[in-house]
Design a protein around this ligand. Structure first.
Ligand SMILES: *Cc1c(COP(=O)(O)O)cnc(C)c1O
Length: 360
């Protein structure tokens, strides 16, 4: 059965927030996308409707056993164009998460189509200053009202959207972050759910994040769950090290998230003929490189910040400063190029940009 999108528009638009002081994820647009799943009907009744609270039975499975997956991407406005960045990758990755969490898979092409319609309807909510965008949050929750441990037979897929400002408060100046290497808690182990975007990964990371903040650091760098020896990722970003001219990032090993920004950075580095390798890298190797003067740059990658330079790394009783706490040249080039591709200011040799033009 082909999915057919219906649209119920609001009768009155909400006032827009002050775009010069946008708090992350606090204001939501006029509309949302909703689609239901029932074991007998499959995914059905996809619709765009006014943004509103949900009513769910207190026994809905998501509240008890955590079948919940999500995605995060952004829409940009550039002159008269509305642009998305590799949106099919997000829905493909949602299916990777779905599979691991026993949630029924979705039709990627249909979801890209539905997302374009949603962004089109709420296009006035896309802020246009440098660094600003419309953050898009697709998610799926298990809604079946039964507190029996089993894959739910009913789900809701929703997309909500929120205008967001530049990740860095000082507009276009990227400021390096201070990272605490966590060696007590672990984020995930191979065979677990670390490669999925599921809510529980975030719930489990909060205490380490709070600990890092109390100690004066911005984010946590996770080590592997077996030996606490190999680097995994940072908070909700993947991590890259430039050591003696070569860029190294942990290989996708089953416990880290396959970031779309990570993939884009690797592609771009290859395109620029910068040596890049995906392999295991121990935290000891990183600290040794720093001591030998070979650790040139460290940066995190993710949709929210695109590139986040790391200025300080603290592991056990050692602390190192990277590139004199300045943003490195490669970090800056990557940030500018990816942001440029996202907003139409740079050539897009990879075909990553997707225009939102809905058929009328
Ligand atoms: C979402 C996420 C990332 C970054 O992925 P992008 O697709 O680049 O935004 C990295 N690590 C974790 C744990 C994440 O949830």
């Amino acid at each position: 059965m082909a999915l057919e999108l219906t649209i119920h528009e609001v009768t009155e638009r909400k006032p827009k927030p002050d775009y010069s002081h946008l708090a992350f994820g606090k204001n939501f647009t006029d509309h949302m996308f909703v689609m239901d799943y029932h074991a007998e009907k499959g995914w059905h009744d996809p619709r765009i409707e006014p943004y509103a609270p949900l009513t769910l039975d207190p026994s809905a499975l998501v509240f008890h056993y955590g079948q919940s997956v999500f995605e995060g991407l952004k829409a940009y406005k550039s002159n008269n164009d509305i642009l998305l960045f590799r949106p099919e990758k997000n829905f493909q990755r949602l299916n990777v998460s779905n599979k691991r969490l026993s949630i029924p898979e979705i039709d990627v092409d249909f979801m890209v189509h539905a997302l374009k319609e949603l962004v089109h309807i709420d296009q006035d909510w896309i802020p246009t200053k440098k660094g600003q965008s419309l953050y898009i949050r697709p998610f799926i929750i298990a809604t079946e009202p039964v507190i029996n441990v089993k894959p739910a037979e009913e789900y809701k897929l929703m997309i909500i959207m929120s205008p967001v400002g530049s990740y860095y408060s000082t507009s276009d100046q990227m400021s390096p972050v201070k990272i605490y290497v966590e060696d007590e808690y672990v984020r995930s182990v191979k065979g677990g759910v670390g490669f999925t975007k599921t809510s529980g990964n975030y719930a489990a990371s909060l205490s380490a994040q709070m600990k890092a903040e109390e100690l004066g650091y911005d984010q946590v760098l996770w080590l592997d769950g077996f030996e606490k020896k190999y680097v995994e990722e940072v908070g909700s970003m993947n991590i890259f090290f430039k050591i003696n001219g070569e860029v190294v990032t942990p290989a996708l090993n089953g416990s880290i998230l396959a970031g779309i920004t990570r993939d884009s950075v690797i592609e771009l580095l290859k395109h620029w003929d910068v040596p890049v390798s995906e392999r295991r890298i121990s935290i000891e190797e990183v600290f040794e490189a720093a001591e030998n003067g070979q650790l040139e740059e460290v940066f995190g990658t993710g949709t929210a910040a695109v590139i986040s330079p790391v200025g300080t790394l603290k592991w056990k009783d050692k602390e190192i400063t990277v590139n004199e706490n300045e943003t490195g040249k490669l970090s800056l080039d990557l940030a500018n190029t990816i942001a440029g591709i996202q907003t139409n200011e740079e050539k897009d040799p990879f075909g990553w940009r997707v225009k939102v033009d809905v058929e009328k």
